[in-house]
Design a protein around this ligand. Structure first.
Ligand code: NAD
Length: 432
């Protein structure tokens, strides 16, 4: 199948590479010339485990190419996938649809023959109708169907999730469009759940899922606060809860709050849609408020450790919003660093993959270390903010020698509390 993908970001690029690997002829389109130039020159533009080698393999096989030209990517395509951003509107916090509307308008004039236009971006309910109207207005003779094809990949596992999706949701209003999507996902037939629903249901499933996961994280964080006061241990509590198959053991890790390019914006967009439809959704509102406070609380814990130290130095391990990615969008770590900077803190940070992204956002407001031990030198407190596996292997003996004061605020519960204490650390985890 010939597929055009609009947007080569964290969703568009892995999707394009994955579809090429399945044997499709893929053209990735982006309006940012620098991204396309890099990709054309064989340089991958984001970090995802396993993506780079698949990218090179499929470029070499001639199954994937990159362009800034909408005409080149759309005119011969059987399927056009829209994977542009839907960031929060700066004022109302609803999903800002300017990129979707622009993509729909720009692609319209290049449609040739019957084409399915699938929206992979996370979009408010009713967007399929808007995209349909925009295309028809611009090109009244176009023969097309608009399908909702929400993306459920997890950053850090994008390649794995592309090839092993736990469900494929399709919101298609015509049999002809359904047949095209069925053909696309033929390799997954019998291997995963494929759900065909109304387009509006499909658009809602994505928000309903993300809001639910955000609430689950907020819930376990509140339970961690309770454990800290009551003498229970959140790890044990989460383990006991997770054994109940109705609850499940995932998303029960307490931490510094949810972040990333999806949960914060999608909860806000869902809350906005609820208000627009005059439906009370108090759980989502509570999660949004609680999550914002959570990051301030974590910064408070770190600052509390150095309140009696003159010119304290804070070592930060982790800047990405989670492990496995270089993405710092809405990263709790970045928000916490921001809070610490407001209080005039002197920060040195290290992240295995996100140094470049973080530096682009923070510039010289903090110092950057080459590895986690360089980060600890003369620090008065260590704050662990992202759950990278390599931080679990921190050599506490070496850390104790390097730091000025032996204090750890572990917002991801990566370090063994007993071992930390045995090495003389004042250790504070979450929910213990
Ligand atoms: P991103 O910002 O990484 O990438 C979007 C890309 O689209 C950018 O490269 C931008 O230049 C390009 N673009 C914007 N308008 C364009 C246009 N008119 N023509 C061509 N290119 C254009 O965004 P992302 O993280 O890939 O997210 C895309 C969508 O997928 C969002 O709606 C997001 O909510 C959703 N989503 C993201 C994830 C995730 O993990 N990142 C997971 C599921 C769903």
């Amino acid at each position: 199948m010939k597929v055009g993908i609009i947007g080569t970001g964290y969703v568009g690029l892995p999707t394009g590479v994955g579809l090429a690997e399945l044997g499709n002829q893929v053209t990735c389109i982006d309006r940012e010339p620098s991204k396309i130039e890099a990709l054309q020159a064989g340089k991958i533009t984001l970090y995802e485990d396993g993506l780079e080698e698949l990218f090179h393999k499929n470029v070499k096989a001639g199954r994937i190419k990159f362009t800034t030209s909408m005409k080149e990517g759309v005119s011969s395509a059987d399927l056009v996938i829209i994977a542009v951003g839907t960031p929060p509107h700066p004022v109302t916090k609803e999903a800002d649809m300017k990129y979707i509307h622009a993509a729909a308008t720009e692609l319209a004039e290049h449609l040739q023959g019957y084409t399915v236009v699938a929206t992979k971006s996370t979009v408010p309910v009713g967007t399929g109708d808007d995209v349909e109207a925009l295309i028809s207005k611009k090109n009244p003779f176009a023969d097309f169907d608009v399908v909702s094809l929400p993306e459920f990949l997890r950053e850090g596992f994008a390649v794995h999730d592309f090839f092993h999706p736990d469900r494929i949701v399709v919101g298609a209003n015509t049999e002809k469009a359904k047949a095209v999507i069925k053909e696309l996902y033929k390799p997954f037939e019998g291997k995963t759940n494929m759900l065909f629903v109304k387009r509006r249901s499909s658009e809602t499933i994505k928000y309903a899922s993300n809001a639910f996961l955000a609430i689950k994280i907020h819930y376990i964080n509140e339970m961690a606060n309770f454990c800290e006061k009551s003498g229970a241990d959140i790890s044990e509590v989460a383990q006991g809860m997770g054994l109940d198959t109705r609850i499940g053991n995932r998303f029960l890790n307490p931490g510094p709050g949810y972040g990333g390019s999806c949960f914060p914006k999608d909860t806000m967009a869902m809350a906005y849609m609820a208000r627009q439809n005059e439906v009370e959704m108090s759980l989502i509102t509570a999660a949004i408020k609680g999550n914002a406070e959570r990051k301030k609380q974590m910064a408070g814990r770190i600052l509390d450790k150095v309140k009696d130290v003159k010119n304290p130095k804070i070592a930060v391990l982790g800047l990405a919003f989670k492990d496995g990615t270089d993405d710092c969008r809405e990263s709790p770590a970045m928000d916490i660093v921001g809070e610490l900077l407001l209080q005039g803190a002197d920060i040195t940070a290290y992240d295995p993959k996100a140094m470049g992204t973080a530096c682009g956002l923070l510039g010289n407001k903090i110092s950057y270390a080459d590895d986690m031990y360089a980060c600890l030198k003369d620090a008065d407190v260590l704050a662990i903010l992202t759950e990278w596996n390599e931080f679990k292997a921190l050599d506490l003996v070496q850390a104790a020698h390097l730091m000025r004061h032996k204090q750890i605020v572990d917002c991801r519960n990566l370090i063994n509390a007993e071992q930390a204490a045995a090495n003389g650390f004042d250790y504070q985890g979450i929910g213990k």
